[in-house]
Design a protein around this ligand. Structure first.
Ligand code: FAD
Ligand code: MLT
Ligand code: ZN
Length: 475
Protein backbone atom coordinates (compact mmCIF):
# COMPACT_ATOMS: atom_id res chain seq x y z
CA UNK A 1 0.00 0.00 0.00
CA UNK A 2 1.23 3.52 -0.79
CA UNK A 3 1.19 6.20 1.91
CA UNK A 4 -2.05 7.69 0.63
CA UNK A 5 -3.70 4.28 0.63
CA UNK A 6 -2.52 3.72 4.21
CA UNK A 7 -4.10 7.01 5.29
CA UNK A 8 -7.35 6.10 3.53
CA UNK A 9 -7.31 2.61 5.07
CA UNK A 10 -6.78 4.02 8.58
CA UNK A 11 -9.59 6.51 7.98
CA UNK A 12 -11.96 3.66 7.11
CA UNK A 13 -10.87 1.78 10.24
CA UNK A 14 -11.56 4.90 12.32
CA UNK A 15 -15.07 5.13 10.88
CA UNK A 16 -15.62 1.45 11.75
CA UNK A 17 -14.46 1.42 15.39
CA UNK A 18 -14.12 5.09 16.37
CA UNK A 19 -10.98 7.24 16.08
CA UNK A 20 -9.99 6.63 19.72
CA UNK A 21 -9.87 2.90 19.02
CA UNK A 22 -7.33 2.98 16.21
CA UNK A 23 -3.90 3.34 17.81
CA UNK A 24 -0.94 4.36 15.67
CA UNK A 25 1.50 6.16 18.02
CA UNK A 26 4.61 4.13 18.83
CA UNK A 27 4.07 4.48 22.58
CA UNK A 28 0.44 3.30 22.28
CA UNK A 29 1.47 0.34 20.12
CA UNK A 30 4.32 -0.74 22.41
CA UNK A 31 2.42 -3.12 24.75
CA UNK A 32 0.70 -4.83 21.80
CA UNK A 33 3.82 -5.68 19.79
CA UNK A 34 5.77 -7.62 22.41
CA UNK A 35 4.87 -11.05 23.83
CA UNK A 36 4.35 -12.01 27.47
CA UNK A 37 7.80 -13.59 27.76
CA UNK A 38 9.47 -10.69 25.90
CA UNK A 39 11.00 -13.05 23.35
CA UNK A 40 9.34 -11.45 20.31
CA UNK A 41 9.10 -7.81 19.33
CA UNK A 42 7.13 -6.95 16.20
CA UNK A 43 5.64 -3.91 14.52
CA UNK A 44 2.12 -2.95 13.47
CA UNK A 45 0.39 -0.59 11.11
CA UNK A 46 -2.07 0.03 13.95
CA UNK A 47 -4.03 -1.56 16.77
CA UNK A 48 -7.81 -1.68 16.21
CA UNK A 49 -10.06 -2.15 19.23
CA UNK A 50 -13.58 -3.15 18.13
CA UNK A 51 -16.40 -3.37 20.67
CA UNK A 52 -18.90 -5.57 18.79
CA UNK A 53 -19.01 -8.49 16.38
CA UNK A 54 -20.31 -6.12 13.69
CA UNK A 55 -17.24 -3.91 14.16
CA UNK A 56 -14.90 -6.95 13.97
CA UNK A 57 -16.64 -7.89 10.74
CA UNK A 58 -16.15 -4.37 9.34
CA UNK A 59 -12.46 -4.34 10.26
CA UNK A 60 -11.86 -7.76 8.69
CA UNK A 61 -13.74 -6.77 5.54
CA UNK A 62 -11.52 -3.68 5.20
CA UNK A 63 -8.35 -5.70 5.78
CA UNK A 64 -9.49 -8.34 3.30
CA UNK A 65 -10.15 -5.75 0.61
CA UNK A 66 -6.82 -4.01 1.23
CA UNK A 67 -4.83 -7.27 1.62
CA UNK A 68 -3.69 -6.32 5.13
CA UNK A 69 -2.69 -9.02 7.64
CA UNK A 70 -4.60 -9.34 10.94
CA UNK A 71 -3.23 -10.50 14.29
CA UNK A 72 -6.00 -11.26 16.81
CA UNK A 73 -4.90 -10.47 20.35
CA UNK A 74 -6.61 -11.31 23.64
CA UNK A 75 -4.85 -10.81 26.97
CA UNK A 76 -1.42 -11.21 25.31
CA UNK A 77 -0.39 -13.82 27.90
CA UNK A 78 0.34 -16.59 25.38
CA UNK A 79 3.53 -18.63 25.69
CA UNK A 80 4.48 -19.00 22.02
CA UNK A 81 4.51 -15.49 20.54
CA UNK A 82 1.26 -16.17 18.64
CA UNK A 83 -0.29 -12.77 19.41
CA UNK A 84 2.78 -10.76 18.41
CA UNK A 85 2.75 -9.25 14.89
CA UNK A 86 5.70 -9.89 12.58
CA UNK A 87 8.45 -7.26 12.38
CA UNK A 88 7.25 -5.58 9.15
CA UNK A 89 4.87 -2.83 10.25
CA UNK A 90 2.17 -4.06 7.93
CA UNK A 91 -0.44 -5.80 10.13
CA UNK A 92 -3.45 -4.72 12.11
CA UNK A 93 -3.41 -6.00 15.67
CA UNK A 94 -7.06 -6.68 16.51
CA UNK A 95 -7.31 -6.29 20.29
CA UNK A 96 -10.49 -7.84 21.70
CA UNK A 97 -10.44 -6.29 25.20
CA UNK A 98 -13.42 -3.99 24.56
CA UNK A 99 -15.62 -6.97 23.66
CA UNK A 100 -16.27 -7.85 27.29
CA UNK A 101 -20.04 -8.29 27.65
CA UNK A 102 -21.66 -11.24 29.34
CA UNK A 103 -24.43 -12.06 26.86
CA UNK A 104 -26.52 -14.56 28.85
CA UNK A 105 -26.27 -16.81 31.88
CA UNK A 106 -28.53 -19.86 32.10
CA UNK A 107 -27.95 -21.63 35.42
CA UNK A 108 -30.55 -24.32 34.63
CA UNK A 109 -28.77 -25.15 31.38
CA UNK A 110 -25.41 -24.72 33.15
CA UNK A 111 -24.16 -22.35 30.45
CA UNK A 112 -22.83 -18.84 30.06
CA UNK A 113 -22.61 -16.95 26.74
CA UNK A 114 -19.92 -14.27 26.60
CA UNK A 115 -18.03 -11.95 24.31
CA UNK A 116 -14.57 -13.32 23.49
CA UNK A 117 -12.82 -10.40 25.18
CA UNK A 118 -14.10 -11.24 28.68
CA UNK A 119 -11.21 -12.18 30.92
CA UNK A 120 -11.17 -15.69 32.34
CA UNK A 121 -11.41 -14.24 35.86
CA UNK A 122 -14.52 -12.24 34.91
CA UNK A 123 -16.22 -15.39 33.61
CA UNK A 124 -15.28 -17.30 36.77
CA UNK A 125 -16.80 -14.46 38.84
CA UNK A 126 -20.03 -14.38 36.76
CA UNK A 127 -20.41 -18.13 37.20
CA UNK A 128 -19.81 -17.89 40.96
CA UNK A 129 -22.43 -15.13 41.23
CA UNK A 130 -25.12 -17.61 40.11
CA UNK A 131 -23.78 -20.45 42.27
CA UNK A 132 -21.92 -22.18 39.46
CA UNK A 133 -18.29 -22.91 38.55
CA UNK A 134 -16.39 -22.14 35.37
CA UNK A 135 -13.50 -24.47 36.12
CA UNK A 136 -10.61 -23.33 33.95
CA UNK A 137 -7.79 -22.07 36.17
CA UNK A 138 -4.53 -20.51 34.90
CA UNK A 139 -1.86 -18.35 36.54
CA UNK A 140 -2.78 -15.70 33.95
CA UNK A 141 -6.53 -15.74 34.60
CA UNK A 142 -6.74 -12.04 35.55
CA UNK A 143 -5.56 -11.02 32.05
CA UNK A 144 -6.11 -13.84 29.56
CA UNK A 145 -9.37 -13.78 27.62
CA UNK A 146 -11.90 -16.43 26.66
CA UNK A 147 -11.12 -15.89 22.96
CA UNK A 148 -7.41 -16.49 23.68
CA UNK A 149 -8.24 -19.53 25.83
CA UNK A 150 -10.25 -21.00 22.95
CA UNK A 151 -7.71 -20.04 20.29
CA UNK A 152 -4.94 -21.79 22.29
CA UNK A 153 -7.12 -24.62 23.67
CA UNK A 154 -5.76 -23.67 27.09
CA UNK A 155 -5.29 -26.23 29.86
CA UNK A 156 -4.22 -25.28 33.37
CA UNK A 157 -4.65 -27.00 36.69
CA UNK A 158 -8.26 -28.24 36.52
CA UNK A 159 -7.99 -30.29 33.31
CA UNK A 160 -7.72 -33.50 35.32
CA UNK A 161 -11.35 -33.15 36.38
CA UNK A 162 -12.98 -30.85 33.83
CA UNK A 163 -10.91 -31.13 30.66
CA UNK A 164 -9.16 -28.47 28.54
CA UNK A 165 -10.94 -25.56 26.85
CA UNK A 166 -12.09 -27.80 23.99
CA UNK A 167 -14.23 -29.74 26.49
CA UNK A 168 -15.68 -26.55 28.00
CA UNK A 169 -16.87 -24.85 24.81
CA UNK A 170 -20.38 -25.58 23.55
CA UNK A 171 -20.67 -22.84 20.97
CA UNK A 172 -18.52 -20.31 19.14
CA UNK A 173 -19.17 -17.16 17.14
CA UNK A 174 -16.35 -16.16 14.82
CA UNK A 175 -15.67 -13.73 12.01
CA UNK A 176 -14.06 -15.14 8.88
CA UNK A 177 -11.16 -13.28 7.20
CA UNK A 178 -13.55 -11.83 4.58
CA UNK A 179 -15.90 -10.46 7.25
CA UNK A 180 -18.59 -13.18 7.18
CA UNK A 181 -19.87 -14.19 10.61
CA UNK A 182 -19.99 -17.88 11.59
CA UNK A 183 -22.74 -18.20 14.16
CA UNK A 184 -22.29 -21.49 16.01
CA UNK A 185 -23.38 -20.05 19.38
CA UNK A 186 -25.49 -23.09 20.32
CA UNK A 187 -25.92 -23.85 24.01
CA UNK A 188 -26.42 -27.55 23.26
CA UNK A 189 -24.71 -30.59 24.71
CA UNK A 190 -25.73 -32.74 21.76
CA UNK A 191 -25.72 -31.53 18.15
CA UNK A 192 -24.87 -33.85 15.25
CA UNK A 193 -25.49 -31.54 12.33
CA UNK A 194 -22.39 -32.10 10.24
CA UNK A 195 -18.81 -31.06 10.89
CA UNK A 196 -18.32 -29.37 14.25
CA UNK A 197 -17.02 -26.04 12.94
CA UNK A 198 -16.60 -24.70 16.46
CA UNK A 199 -13.85 -27.25 17.08
CA UNK A 200 -11.83 -25.89 14.18
CA UNK A 201 -11.59 -22.57 15.99
CA UNK A 202 -10.42 -24.29 19.20
CA UNK A 203 -6.62 -24.30 18.99
CA UNK A 204 -6.61 -22.28 15.73
CA UNK A 205 -4.38 -19.54 17.22
CA UNK A 206 -5.93 -16.73 15.22
CA UNK A 207 -5.12 -18.34 11.87
CA UNK A 208 -8.67 -19.09 10.66
CA UNK A 209 -10.68 -16.09 11.86
CA UNK A 210 -11.48 -14.02 14.91
CA UNK A 211 -13.46 -15.61 17.74
CA UNK A 212 -15.97 -13.04 18.97
CA UNK A 213 -18.23 -15.02 21.29
CA UNK A 214 -18.57 -18.36 23.05
CA UNK A 215 -21.06 -20.46 24.98
CA UNK A 216 -19.27 -22.17 27.85
CA UNK A 217 -20.22 -25.03 30.17
CA UNK A 218 -20.79 -24.36 33.86
CA UNK A 219 -20.63 -26.86 36.71
CA UNK A 220 -21.83 -27.21 40.29
CA UNK A 221 -19.87 -24.81 42.47
CA UNK A 222 -17.60 -26.57 44.97
CA UNK A 223 -18.73 -25.75 48.50
CA UNK A 224 -15.95 -27.56 50.31
CA UNK A 225 -12.34 -28.20 49.50
CA UNK A 226 -9.07 -29.45 50.94
CA UNK A 227 -5.52 -28.87 49.72
CA UNK A 228 -2.31 -30.68 50.66
CA UNK A 229 1.34 -30.42 49.69
CA UNK A 230 3.24 -33.71 49.79
CA UNK A 231 7.04 -34.10 49.65
CA UNK A 232 8.14 -36.99 47.40
CA UNK A 233 11.27 -39.05 46.73
CA UNK A 234 10.93 -39.10 42.97
CA UNK A 235 8.57 -38.76 40.04
CA UNK A 236 7.57 -42.45 40.28
CA UNK A 237 6.21 -41.68 43.75
CA UNK A 238 4.12 -38.89 42.21
CA UNK A 239 2.41 -41.36 39.88
CA UNK A 240 1.87 -43.86 42.68
CA UNK A 241 0.39 -41.11 44.85
CA UNK A 242 -1.84 -39.93 41.99
CA UNK A 243 -3.32 -43.41 41.59
CA UNK A 244 -3.68 -43.81 45.35
CA UNK A 245 -5.68 -40.55 45.58
CA UNK A 246 -7.75 -41.34 42.49
CA UNK A 247 -8.68 -44.74 43.90
CA UNK A 248 -9.83 -43.19 47.18
CA UNK A 249 -11.29 -39.83 46.16
CA UNK A 250 -12.60 -40.62 42.67
CA UNK A 251 -13.99 -37.55 40.93
CA UNK A 252 -13.47 -35.38 44.02
CA UNK A 253 -9.80 -35.20 42.97
CA UNK A 254 -9.72 -31.84 41.18
CA UNK A 255 -6.03 -30.96 41.01
CA UNK A 256 -2.83 -32.96 41.11
CA UNK A 257 0.24 -30.91 40.22
CA UNK A 258 3.95 -31.62 40.65
CA UNK A 259 7.02 -29.41 41.04
CA UNK A 260 10.63 -30.68 41.02
CA UNK A 261 13.12 -29.47 43.67
CA UNK A 262 14.95 -27.25 41.14
CA UNK A 263 11.76 -25.46 40.06
CA UNK A 264 10.61 -25.19 43.68
CA UNK A 265 13.89 -23.53 44.58
CA UNK A 266 13.46 -20.97 41.76
CA UNK A 267 9.97 -20.11 43.05
CA UNK A 268 11.03 -19.84 46.69
CA UNK A 269 13.91 -17.53 45.69
CA UNK A 270 11.52 -14.96 44.21
CA UNK A 271 11.73 -11.76 46.25
CA UNK A 272 8.13 -12.02 47.46
CA UNK A 273 8.68 -13.81 50.74
CA UNK A 274 6.82 -17.06 50.03
CA UNK A 275 6.81 -19.25 53.13
CA UNK A 276 7.63 -22.94 52.70
CA UNK A 277 4.60 -25.06 53.70
CA UNK A 278 6.85 -28.08 54.33
CA UNK A 279 9.56 -28.27 57.02
CA UNK A 280 12.23 -29.54 54.60
CA UNK A 281 12.93 -29.61 50.87
CA UNK A 282 12.20 -32.76 48.86
CA UNK A 283 13.18 -33.99 45.36
CA UNK A 284 9.58 -33.40 44.24
CA UNK A 285 6.37 -32.01 45.74
CA UNK A 286 2.80 -32.78 44.73
CA UNK A 287 -0.12 -30.42 45.28
CA UNK A 288 -3.37 -32.32 45.77
CA UNK A 289 -6.81 -30.73 45.94
CA UNK A 290 -10.19 -32.35 46.54
CA UNK A 291 -13.45 -30.46 46.04
CA UNK A 292 -17.11 -31.31 46.53
CA UNK A 293 -20.38 -29.51 45.90
CA UNK A 294 -21.65 -30.66 49.30
CA UNK A 295 -20.79 -28.02 51.95
CA UNK A 296 -20.87 -30.72 54.63
CA UNK A 297 -18.42 -33.05 52.87
CA UNK A 298 -15.61 -33.72 55.36
CA UNK A 299 -12.89 -33.27 52.77
CA UNK A 300 -10.19 -32.16 55.23
CA UNK A 301 -10.55 -35.43 57.17
CA UNK A 302 -10.75 -37.44 53.97
CA UNK A 303 -7.61 -35.92 52.45
CA UNK A 304 -5.77 -36.26 55.77
CA UNK A 305 -6.62 -39.97 55.88
CA UNK A 306 -5.65 -40.50 52.22
CA UNK A 307 -2.32 -38.73 52.70
CA UNK A 308 -1.69 -40.54 56.00
CA UNK A 309 -2.21 -43.91 54.27
CA UNK A 310 0.05 -42.83 51.43
CA UNK A 311 2.84 -42.02 53.91
CA UNK A 312 2.34 -45.40 55.63
CA UNK A 313 2.83 -47.06 52.25
CA UNK A 314 6.01 -45.06 51.68
CA UNK A 315 4.54 -42.96 48.86
CA UNK A 316 5.35 -39.62 50.51
CA UNK A 317 8.18 -38.26 52.72
CA UNK A 318 6.29 -35.45 54.41
CA UNK A 319 2.97 -33.68 53.97
CA UNK A 320 1.09 -30.63 55.08
CA UNK A 321 -2.65 -30.10 54.87
CA UNK A 322 -3.78 -26.49 54.48
CA UNK A 323 -5.49 -25.61 57.76
CA UNK A 324 -6.97 -22.35 56.48
CA UNK A 325 -7.96 -20.59 53.27
CA UNK A 326 -4.77 -18.51 53.56
CA UNK A 327 -2.61 -21.66 53.70
CA UNK A 328 -4.38 -23.13 50.69
CA UNK A 329 -3.83 -19.84 48.83
CA UNK A 330 -0.12 -19.92 49.73
CA UNK A 331 0.24 -23.41 48.25
CA UNK A 332 -1.48 -22.27 45.06
CA UNK A 333 0.57 -19.08 44.94
CA UNK A 334 3.71 -21.23 44.95
CA UNK A 335 2.32 -23.27 42.07
CA UNK A 336 1.20 -20.25 40.07
CA UNK A 337 4.53 -18.43 40.51
CA UNK A 338 6.52 -20.81 38.30
CA UNK A 339 6.22 -18.73 35.13
CA UNK A 340 7.48 -15.62 36.92
CA UNK A 341 10.28 -17.64 38.54
CA UNK A 342 11.35 -19.08 35.18
CA UNK A 343 11.49 -15.65 33.55
CA UNK A 344 13.82 -14.53 36.37
CA UNK A 345 15.99 -17.63 36.38
CA UNK A 346 18.46 -16.89 33.57
CA UNK A 347 18.28 -18.19 30.05
CA UNK A 348 15.36 -20.64 30.20
CA UNK A 349 13.79 -22.79 27.53
CA UNK A 350 10.35 -24.13 28.52
CA UNK A 351 8.62 -27.08 26.96
CA UNK A 352 5.03 -28.19 26.97
CA UNK A 353 5.21 -31.93 26.52
CA UNK A 354 2.39 -34.45 26.81
CA UNK A 355 3.12 -38.15 27.14
CA UNK A 356 0.90 -41.00 28.32
CA UNK A 357 0.58 -40.53 32.09
CA UNK A 358 2.37 -43.85 32.67
CA UNK A 359 5.43 -42.61 30.70
CA UNK A 360 5.96 -39.37 32.67
CA UNK A 361 8.84 -40.88 34.72
CA UNK A 362 10.53 -42.09 31.49
CA UNK A 363 10.19 -38.58 30.08
CA UNK A 364 11.74 -36.93 33.15
CA UNK A 365 14.66 -39.38 33.26
CA UNK A 366 15.17 -39.21 29.50
CA UNK A 367 15.38 -35.41 29.61
CA UNK A 368 17.74 -35.45 32.60
CA UNK A 369 20.05 -37.91 30.87
CA UNK A 370 20.19 -36.24 27.45
CA UNK A 371 20.47 -32.70 28.83
CA UNK A 372 23.37 -33.77 31.10
CA UNK A 373 25.13 -35.35 28.10
CA UNK A 374 24.56 -32.54 25.59
CA UNK A 375 24.31 -29.37 27.70
CA UNK A 376 26.49 -29.89 30.77
CA UNK A 377 25.99 -26.26 31.92
CA UNK A 378 22.19 -26.65 31.90
CA UNK A 379 19.89 -27.60 34.71
CA UNK A 380 16.54 -29.22 33.85
CA UNK A 381 13.68 -28.43 36.23
CA UNK A 382 10.09 -29.63 35.93
CA UNK A 383 6.59 -28.51 36.77
CA UNK A 384 3.24 -29.63 35.54
CA UNK A 385 -0.02 -31.36 35.36
CA UNK A 386 1.08 -34.94 35.95
CA UNK A 387 -2.47 -36.27 35.96
CA UNK A 388 -2.77 -35.10 32.34
CA UNK A 389 0.67 -36.45 31.37
CA UNK A 390 1.63 -32.81 30.71
CA UNK A 391 5.02 -31.92 32.15
CA UNK A 392 6.85 -28.66 31.46
CA UNK A 393 10.60 -29.37 31.23
CA UNK A 394 12.32 -26.05 31.78
CA UNK A 395 15.99 -26.03 30.80
CA UNK A 396 17.84 -23.35 32.74
CA UNK A 397 21.19 -22.08 31.40
CA UNK A 398 23.47 -19.29 32.55
CA UNK A 399 22.67 -16.01 30.76
CA UNK A 400 26.21 -16.05 29.24
CA UNK A 401 25.38 -19.26 27.35
CA UNK A 402 24.20 -17.07 24.45
CA UNK A 403 25.07 -13.45 23.85
CA UNK A 404 23.15 -12.55 20.67
CA UNK A 405 19.56 -13.26 19.59
CA UNK A 406 20.95 -15.53 16.84
CA UNK A 407 22.95 -17.53 19.40
CA UNK A 408 19.89 -17.76 21.66
CA UNK A 409 17.78 -19.04 18.75
CA UNK A 410 20.39 -21.64 17.82
CA UNK A 411 20.68 -22.83 21.42
CA UNK A 412 16.88 -22.94 21.80
CA UNK A 413 16.60 -25.04 18.64
CA UNK A 414 19.22 -27.50 19.90
CA UNK A 415 17.58 -27.77 23.32
CA UNK A 416 14.09 -28.14 21.79
CA UNK A 417 15.34 -30.88 19.46
CA UNK A 418 16.75 -32.78 22.45
CA UNK A 419 13.50 -32.59 24.42
CA UNK A 420 11.47 -33.49 21.30
CA UNK A 421 13.66 -36.56 20.79
CA UNK A 422 12.60 -37.82 24.22
CA UNK A 423 8.97 -36.81 23.65
CA UNK A 424 8.73 -38.60 20.32
CA UNK A 425 10.41 -41.75 21.66
CA UNK A 426 7.50 -41.94 24.13
CA UNK A 427 4.82 -41.25 21.53
CA UNK A 428 4.14 -37.86 23.07
CA UNK A 429 3.17 -34.41 21.79
CA UNK A 430 5.40 -31.32 21.56
CA UNK A 431 2.49 -29.08 22.63
CA UNK A 432 -0.02 -30.11 25.26
CA UNK A 433 -1.68 -26.79 26.13
CA UNK A 434 0.34 -23.74 25.01
CA UNK A 435 0.00 -24.13 21.24
CA UNK A 436 2.45 -23.60 18.40
CA UNK A 437 2.52 -19.83 17.82
CA UNK A 438 5.71 -18.45 16.30
CA UNK A 439 8.03 -20.40 18.61
CA UNK A 440 7.16 -23.94 17.58
CA UNK A 441 6.19 -23.60 13.94
CA UNK A 442 9.31 -25.32 12.59
CA UNK A 443 9.05 -28.03 15.24
CA UNK A 444 5.45 -28.68 14.17
CA UNK A 445 6.32 -29.41 10.58
CA UNK A 446 8.94 -31.90 11.76
CA UNK A 447 6.47 -33.45 14.23
CA UNK A 448 3.35 -33.87 12.06
CA UNK A 449 2.80 -36.57 9.47
CA UNK A 450 2.93 -35.01 5.97
CA UNK A 451 -0.69 -36.10 5.39
CA UNK A 452 -1.88 -34.33 8.58
CA UNK A 453 0.10 -31.21 7.68
CA UNK A 454 -1.40 -31.15 4.16
CA UNK A 455 -4.94 -31.42 5.58
CA UNK A 456 -4.24 -28.57 7.99
CA UNK A 457 -2.87 -26.46 5.14
CA UNK A 458 -6.03 -27.25 3.15
CA UNK A 459 -8.26 -26.11 6.02
CA UNK A 460 -6.23 -22.93 6.36
CA UNK A 461 -6.54 -22.24 2.61
CA UNK A 462 -10.32 -22.81 2.73
CA UNK A 463 -10.86 -20.37 5.59
CA UNK A 464 -8.18 -17.87 4.65
CA UNK A 465 -7.33 -18.11 0.93
CA UNK A 466 -5.45 -14.81 0.99
CA UNK A 467 -3.29 -15.92 3.96
CA UNK A 468 -4.07 -12.78 5.94
CA UNK A 469 -4.86 -14.30 9.35
CA UNK A 470 -1.87 -14.29 11.69
CA UNK A 471 0.84 -15.02 9.10
CA UNK A 472 3.88 -16.83 10.47
CA UNK A 473 1.89 -18.45 13.28
CA UNK A 474 1.09 -22.18 13.54
CA UNK A 475 1.60 -23.20 9.87
P1 FAD B 1 -3.17 -14.14 23.57
O1 FAD B 1 -1.84 -14.33 24.18
O2 FAD B 1 -3.60 -12.75 23.34
O3 FAD B 1 -3.22 -14.93 22.17
C1 FAD B 1 -2.83 -16.27 22.09
C2 FAD B 1 -3.17 -16.80 20.69
O4 FAD B 1 -4.59 -16.79 20.50
C3 FAD B 1 -2.61 -15.94 19.56
O5 FAD B 1 -2.28 -16.78 18.48
C4 FAD B 1 -3.76 -15.03 19.18
O6 FAD B 1 -3.70 -14.59 17.84
C5 FAD B 1 -4.96 -15.94 19.41
N1 FAD B 1 -6.17 -15.23 19.82
C6 FAD B 1 -6.36 -14.50 20.96
N2 FAD B 1 -7.63 -14.06 21.02
C7 FAD B 1 -8.25 -14.50 19.89
C8 FAD B 1 -9.56 -14.37 19.36
N3 FAD B 1 -10.52 -13.69 20.01
N4 FAD B 1 -9.84 -14.95 18.17
C9 FAD B 1 -8.91 -15.65 17.50
N5 FAD B 1 -7.64 -15.80 17.95
C10 FAD B 1 -7.32 -15.24 19.13
N6 FAD B 1 -1.59 -21.69 29.50
C11 FAD B 1 -2.08 -22.92 29.78
O7 FAD B 1 -2.62 -23.58 28.90
N7 FAD B 1 -1.96 -23.44 31.04
C12 FAD B 1 -1.43 -22.77 32.08
O8 FAD B 1 -1.36 -23.27 33.19
C13 FAD B 1 -0.96 -21.44 31.82
N8 FAD B 1 -0.45 -20.69 32.82
C14 FAD B 1 0.02 -19.44 32.54
C15 FAD B 1 0.53 -18.68 33.58
C16 FAD B 1 1.04 -17.41 33.34
C17 FAD B 1 1.56 -16.60 34.48
C18 FAD B 1 1.05 -16.89 32.01
C19 FAD B 1 1.58 -15.52 31.70
C20 FAD B 1 0.53 -17.64 30.97
C21 FAD B 1 0.01 -18.92 31.22
N9 FAD B 1 -0.54 -19.71 30.20
C22 FAD B 1 -1.04 -20.95 30.48
C23 FAD B 1 -0.53 -19.22 28.81
C24 FAD B 1 -1.71 -18.29 28.40
O9 FAD B 1 -2.26 -17.61 29.50
C25 FAD B 1 -2.80 -19.07 27.65
O10 FAD B 1 -2.26 -19.58 26.43
C26 FAD B 1 -4.05 -18.26 27.33
O11 FAD B 1 -5.05 -19.13 26.84
C27 FAD B 1 -3.82 -17.14 26.32
O12 FAD B 1 -4.94 -16.26 26.33
P2 FAD B 1 -4.77 -14.74 25.88
O13 FAD B 1 -6.12 -14.11 25.87
O14 FAD B 1 -3.74 -14.05 26.67
O15 FAD B 1 -4.29 -14.94 24.37
C1 MLT C 1 1.98 -23.71 34.03
O1 MLT C 1 1.65 -24.89 34.04
O2 MLT C 1 2.27 -23.08 35.04
C2 MLT C 1 1.93 -22.99 32.73
O3 MLT C 1 1.65 -23.80 31.67
C3 MLT C 1 2.93 -21.95 32.54
C4 MLT C 1 4.34 -22.33 32.24
O4 MLT C 1 4.63 -23.40 31.72
O5 MLT C 1 5.21 -21.46 32.49
ZN1 ZN D 1 0.95 -25.77 32.30
Amino acid sequence: MGLQDVDGFLEHLRSAVGAANVLTDESDLAPYVVDARRRYRGGALCVARPATTAQVSQVLTLCHEAGVAVVPQGGNTGMCGGATPRAERDSVVLALGRMNRVRAVDPLNNTIAVDAGCTLAAVQAEAAAVGRLFPMSLGSEGSCQIGGNIATNAGGTAVLRYGPMRDLVLGVEAVMPDGRVVNAMKALRKDNTGYALKHLFVGSEGTLGVITGAVLKLFAKPASDAVAMVGLDDIDAALALLHHVQARAGSRLTNFEVISAGEYELVMSLPKGLRDPLAARHPWVAIVELTDADPAAPLGDELAAIVHDAMERGLGRDATLAASKAQAELIWEIRHSVTEANVNAGLTFSHDTAVPVSRVPDFVRGVERLVAERFPAAKPVFVGHVGDGNIHAVIVLPREAASTPAETDALAAAVNATIDEVTLSLDGSISAEHGIGRSNRRRLSAYLDPADLALMQGIKALFDPKGLMNPGVLL
